[in-house]
Design a protein around this ligand. Structure first.
Ligand code: MSP
Length: 719
């Protein structure tokens, strides 16, 4: 991590700042834990380190989420940001600063940055008509209705006056920069993608929005708010003090900028490796030394995300196995930079093999034997035999190799080789069996062997523990005490990793009391974690459902349409007969409603049936409306059902739809659909469904949702 002459005595690293539209899950914890491990190692090496994390709180996505939750965007952001911060604290993450983009310090400094870019001639006024993906807060090329190439969700058409940033002016400069700084983007796969994106040509980028106001006002033209990605990316400099008049802030900015490492998820590399360097070049600021894109945590075969409904919370793992187990698993199991599966089974298996039976058991055997045979005092090792020389040499190799591999962010390789030393130490102990005196060995020889073997094994454990500290800090602190080394936190402040060498555990050192490190996980550990997640998801679904019901009632925007009355949530004595659109003649596919239950047989009835005519008045009884999907998520233990929250323009409501086997929930968000708006409400799985979606039903029952090619306003009636 020393590309482009990083000052070795300072290190500034950042996580992405997390959107506050949803609570934190393991996917978010992943980069934050990796940053924490790096920060801990740097500090313990005597490097002056600044570790920044925070929350990204502006933009249309947050504004909409807040509306759904029935509160102001600020209240909403306060709550979720607090949850992120609370979780990081609970996991013991050692961030130096937590920035929120709604803080005044950030707001003012972003305005300064915007003004600087404008003053330097890189920002001009224009207008944008095109597609926008609210979920990614990204502009997308394509016709109305185009699907976002990054997340697969439907885009929305935007037509508004904007300020533009002259991104096109940086195409050549960026390509030259990547060329001169091959380590700027890692891993290589991301670097290639970034370069090919820029080679494909850069268009100027809209950097303000005017159709909503949850953002930082553009200085001097306050009907515009700064585009959320310019606002968010700037956190890396505003948190240090860029744009502040306070000399202390200015000093911190000078001291730590440019960043040594921006750790990000791979899907946001374009923003960090193209837009961000271009903004910085335009502002005349130095560029970060490295952007490293980590892969995704997958769960049940898909990217772990709230909208897919396949999240696991860090709290669950921490509660059952401890935070160190989570850190170790994430960094050991998945080669950093690649996608990797998370599973409770794999977690428990690795926990038992590497932590409970491996490292934990080794420490407990050695510390207990030092207590048993030497009254808890580190014995004098005496003269080495070949076995000790070999183990000492292995520890030396581990000390030399671990740092460089770790600093390349190759955590899993670093841990793999460190755990080879755990296994070797374990093997050494077993081969020399200090607990067993063969009859032909004298008492004195046996005592000498015990001293030599236990002192050597204890020293190997000390080395292993010191190196493992950034990954398993709680366990390492316990072992440090058991080895009589005092408080590891103090050692870390005194750069203990910088002068780590064999022989630090001195004879005569009084060991601490043995204490369990990683108790073996029993069979029920997986079930306990699964249960905690199910309970949490159930209560989250209920809470969301209550909140949106309340929001719908309380929303000042709820205006009954003049044309027809939407379904009354409480009335509806008898359910009207299901509309039989399916019976309209159609050659291969028939329109049907994507209801909660499997599509009824009559709804897919053969197209060859005799036409049954209805009067125009019958059709008029069915209130068909254009709605937009705002939220789509799976319902625990209901394989076929999705819970949707849809916006009709005049109100929002919840619909349960039996399309979970055919549609990824996250791809539905933003999509405009047709619903039967006056269907009587009904309850399924304890949740109320208020309407039905219209869909074509293909052979085999697969639904294809009805939609529009042209722009249609929400709530428009179909007739
Ligand atoms: N707010 C932007 C980032 C702005 S940085 C100036 C954002 N926020 S996010 O909350 O959607 O995502 C934050 C980070 O969490 C991203 O790096 C993303 O990749 C990461 N993850 C979210 N889910 C994840 C997984 N399932 N797996 C790994 N990381 C994932 O994007």
């Amino acid at each position: 991590m020393t590309d482009r002459g990083s000052a070795p005595s300072r290190f500034y690293l950042t996580t992405p700042i997390y959107y506050v539209n949803a609570r934190p899950h393991l996917g978010h914890a992943y980069s934050t834990i990796a940053c924490d491990a790096l920060a801990r190692r740097k500090r313990a090496m005597g490097v002056e380190t600044w570790f920044l994390t925070g929350t990204d709180e502006h933009g249309q996505k947050i504004e909409r989420s807040a509306k759904l939750a029935g509160c102001s965007p600020q209240e909403f952001a306060d709550k979720i940001s607090g949850e992120f911060r609370g979780l990081w604290d609970r996991l013991g993450l050692t961030y130096d600063d937590f920035i929120r983009t709604t803080e005044p310090r950030h707001v003012h400094r972003v305005q300064r940055l915007f003004a600087t870019l404008r003053d330097k001639g890189y920002i001009y006024k224009g207008s944008y008509t095109g597609q926008y993906c609210v979920s990614d807060e990204a502009y997308v090329d394509g016709p109305p209705g185009a699907i976002c190439p990054d997340c697969g969700r439907a885009t929305e058409t935007v037509n508004e006056e904007n300020y533009f940033f002259k991104l096109s002016a940086f195409e050549r400069k960026l390509l030259e920069f990547y060329d001169e700084n091959p380590g700027f983007v890692e891993p290589e796969s991301t670097r290639r993608e970034v370069i090919s994106f820029v080679r494909g040509g850069l268009k100027d980028l809209s950097v303000s929005r005017t159709t909503f106001d949850w953002g930082i006002p553009v200085p001097g033209d306050e009907k515009h708010v700064v585009y959320v990605w310019l606002d968010a990316l700037a956190n890396y400099i505003t948190a240090l003090g860029y744009g502040s008049d306070d000399p202390q802030d200015q000093e911190k900015f000078r001291k730590f900028w440019p960043a040594d490492l921006h750790l990000i998820g791979k899907e946001i590399s374009r923003f960090h490796c193209v837009y961000w360097p271009a903004f910085l070049m335009a502002a005349g600021l130095p560029l970060p030394r490295k952007v490293f894109a980590n892969g995704w945590l997958l769960f049940d075969q898909g990217k772990m995300s709230k909208s897919r409904g396949n999240i696991v919370r860090a709290e669950t793992v921490a509660e059952v196995l401890g935070a160190d187990a989570l850190r170790y698993f994430l960094l050991r199991e998945i080669p950093f930079g690649q996608d990797g599966n998370f599973s409770f089974d794999a977690l428990v298996q690795r926990y038992n093999a590497d932590l409970a039976n491996g490292y934990g058991n080794l420490v407990s055997r050695v510390v207990n034997m030092v207590h048993k045979y030497f009254g808890g005092v580190m014995p004098e090792a005496g003269a080495e035999t070949q076995a000790e020389t070999a183990l000492r040499a292995s520890a030396g190799r581990a000390m030399a190799a671990f740092g460089p591999v770790f600093d390349q962010l190759n955590f899993s390789e670093a841990l793999k080789s460190l755990w080879a030393l755990v296994a070797e130490t374990d093997g050494y102990l077993t081969a020399n069996a200090p607990w067993k005196k063969p009859p032909d060995r004298s008492e004195a020889d046996h005592a000498a062997l015990q001293a030599r073997v236990l002192a050597t094994a204890a020293e190997a454990i000390r080395i292993i523990t010191a190196l493992a500290y950034p990954i398993a800090p709680d366990a390492a602190a316990k072992v440090w005490r058991q080895l009589g080394q005092g408080e590891l936190a103090d050692a870390a402040k005194n750069n203990f990793l910088n002068h780590l060498a064999w022989g630090g555990l001195k004879p005569g050192t009084k060991f601490g009391e043995p204490a369990p490190l990683f108790p073996r996980a029993e069979k029920d550990a997986v079930e306990r974690m699964q249960k905690l997640e199910e309970e949490n998801q159930r209560s989250a679904v209920e809470a969301a459902s209550n909140a949106s019901a309340q929001a719908a009632m309380a929303s000042p925007e709820v205006k009954a349409p003049t044309e027809a009355k939407p379904a009354q949530k409480t009335a509806a004595a008898a359910e009207p007969p299901a509309p039989k659109f399916a019976e309209a003649p159609a050659p291969k596919a028939a329109a049907t409603v994507a209801a909660a239950e499997p599509v009824p047989a009559e709804a897919t009835a053969a197209a060859s049936a005799e036409p049954q005519y209805i009067a125009i008045d019958d059709l008029a009884k069915v209130d068909l409306r254009v709605a937009q999907i705002l939220v789509a998520e799976r319902i625990p233990k209901a394989d076929k059902l999705l819970r949707l929250e849809v916006d009709l323009g005049y109100e929002k409501r919840q619909i349960l739809a039996g399309i979970a086997q055919y549609y990824e929930p996250e791809k539905l968000i933003g999509r405009k659909i047709v619903i039967v708006a006056n269907l009587a409400p009904r309850k399924m799985r304890g949740l109320e469904s208020n309407g039905m979606l219209l869909a074509a039903s293909l052979e085999g029952g697969a639904p294809v949702l009805a939609g529009f090619l042209e722009e249609v306003p929400l709530g428009a009636r179909l007739k």
